[in-house]
Design a protein around this ligand. Structure first.
Ligand code: ADP
Ligand code: MG
Length: 396
């Protein structure tokens, strides 16, 4: 790998500053989903096993550079201690006197959690003074927060240039999976891009057409591409002002040798609600008073065939309005197909995006994909081909 990992660092007896994402949902002071905490456990256990002393840097919520008591990380201490099975101490500030004293008092086999980095205005400005104050607390820096790596903040980027820096286990796993999907993938590569709007995924589409062999377009986004071909989509969600942009993407795809797959049939309804009457029609036959809410069975068959012929799949965005049945049908079927191929060892499948992860969970297939990224914005920026500052800073 082009990034340094824990294996290349000398951690024995050293204070290791670890940037983690433990921005977990909390209700009335109680953590309601500890997944993000569970995911950092391997990194911290490895550091402790190597004789290092982990000191955690993390943000929580959006305090916008001010101390907001409701956004303190302190309530997470018991959950961290339970998941790690060791003593977890807390410092009331992530730099300065309280942090230094807590680091000095930290014993081997213990973990120290520092208060919310975003309580300092310098964090999101990547203020060199704040980065230096953080770096002064330890000897090695480890970043295990891929989900925050698209932001150049003091705790995600600035500090990495001051201390010897490496990727934690979670970051390492994410980078490996993403490399396998777009960096140096086994071909043919297929991308599925769905979701609501073309306008929010322009950079993503532009990057993918130059990198993948097949681009399956679904969801409301497909409607815009149908409009771009002169097709009337009735009352469907479509960005009619983006038609020219969609045509440009199609031209770019032709020039790059990327095949674009649009639905040949669609499921339409007059209302978007549970139990609404729906019918399947050809993609160019949406009634004027109806809207396209899902891809049809012929489209699903074509997508399945494309998956059969692919070795690598990268997926962002549902194929239809999956929140309400039966408009989740195409998304479920395509997801199940991808999962089956992955299970059979025939496909490497990587997916990400807030609604995409929800849709794959709903389809019951998330565990069968090669990798599901929960990184949200960072995953999308990576799919857009952008350099993530937090990752770039870990390069050898
Ligand atoms: P992600 O969060 O995975 O990046 P998006 O936010 O781009 O995905 O898209 C998900 C949204 O797109 C869902 O709310 C879904 O209902 C909506 N959507 C998909 N297809 C359609 C459609 N045909 N008409 C309206 N909304 C759609
Ligand atoms: Mg979304």
């Amino acid at each position: 790998m082009a990034w340094k990992t824990l294996d290349e660092m000398d951690l024995a007896g050293k204070v290791v500053l670890v940037r983690v994402d433990i921005n977990v949902p909390v209700e009335n002071g109680v953590v309601t989903d500890a997944t993000r905490i569970e995911k950092i456990v391997p990194t911290l256990k490895d550091i402790i096993a190597e004789g290092g002393k982990p000191v955690l840097l993390a943000h929580f919520g959006r305090p916008k550079g001010k101390v907001v008591p409701e956004m303190s990380l302190k309530p997470l201490v018991p959950v961290l201690a339970e998941k790690l099975g060791c003593t977890v101490k807390f410092a009331e500030d992530c730099v300065g006197g309280p942090a230094k004293a807590a680091v000095a008092a930290l014993g081997t086999g213990e973990v120290l959690l520092l208060e919310n980095t975003r309580f300092h205005a310098g964090e999101e400005k990547n203020d060199p003074e704040l980065s230096a104050a953080m770096a002064a607390l330890g000897e090695v820096y480890v970043n295990d927060a891929f989900s925050a790596a698209h932001r150049a903040h003091s705790s995600t980027e600035g500090i990495a240039h001051i201390l010897p820096a490496a990727a934690g286990r979670l970051m390492e796993a994410e980078l490996k999976a993403l490399e396998a999907a777009l960096g140096d993938p086994v071909r043919p590569v297929t991308a599925v891009v769905g979701g609501a709007k073309v306008s929010t995924k322009l950079d993503l589409l532009g990057n993918l057409v130059s990198k993948v062999d097949n681009l399956v377009i679904g969801g409301g986004m497909a409607n815009t591409f149908l409009v771009a071909q002169g097709i009337d989509v009735g009352k469907s969600l479509a960005e009619r002002e983006m038609a020219e942009t969609a045509r440009e993407i199609m031209t770019k795809a032709v020039n790059a040798g990327c095949r674009i797959v649009l639905p040949k049939d669609v499921v339409v309804a007059r209302e978007f609600k549970a139990g609404a009457e729906s019918e399947t029609v050809a993609a160019d036959a949406c009634p004027a008073d109806a809207m396209i809410l899902d891809a049809g069975p012929e489209a699903v068959a074509e997508i399945s065939k494309v998956f059969d012929e692919s070795k690598t799949l990268i997926w962002n965005g549902p194929l239809g309005a999956f929140e309400i049945a039966p408009f989740d049908t195409a998304t479920n079927a395509a997801a199940q197909k991808a999962a089956a191929l992955t299970k059979a060892g025939l496909l490497t499948s990587v997916a990400g995006g807030g609604d995409t992860v929800a849709a794959l969970n709903k389809a019951g297939v998330a565990a069968d994909f090669s990798y599901i990224s929960t990184a949200g914005g960072a995953f999308l920026e990576w799919m857009e081909g952008k350099e993530l500052p937090g990752v770039a800073a870990l390069m050898k």
